[in-house]
Design a protein around this ligand. Sequence first.
Ligand SMILES: [Zn+2]
Length: 164
Amino acid sequence: MPFALRNRLSSPQIVQPHDQPPLIWQAFGDPSGEDLREIPDDLRNDISLMRAVRLGNLELIEDAEKIDEAYDRMRSHGQQTADAAAQALQGTIQKQDTARAMIGTQCIAAGPRQGLRCENQVIMLASEQGTRPPLCSEHHTDAGRYVFVKGSDGQPDGWAKVTS
Ligand SMILES: [Zn+2]
């Protein structure tokens, strides 16, 4: 059963599913149809994607005909294939549009129970990654206790909580 997610925001949107590279959508109504992405079935229950749907940032589309319509728009719009357009878009966003792109990510604070992370999603500017810890409205007052740590030995960069 195919499904797709469409950006409902008027700015480009990035959501990073768990353990996956970030997914990028162009602004709602993008003339080339890049405001819609087909999503693999194994991401159907991804918490970051589903949260963006519940927040109304992404629209869940399960109607195969609607998905086909979006692909028709992509085909008719340009000479580029959908993949090449998506790659070009990704490059454009990374190089020029980073300041405006929004990213949805999970709050890094500890959750209510030990060993679990806070499940709230944080929407922030992509350009703020690495300069501001992603913390939800419940936890943002703890921002001063997090430092950005460069990963070593193949570990990704990330935020660490300073314990006193
Ligand atoms: Zn939180």
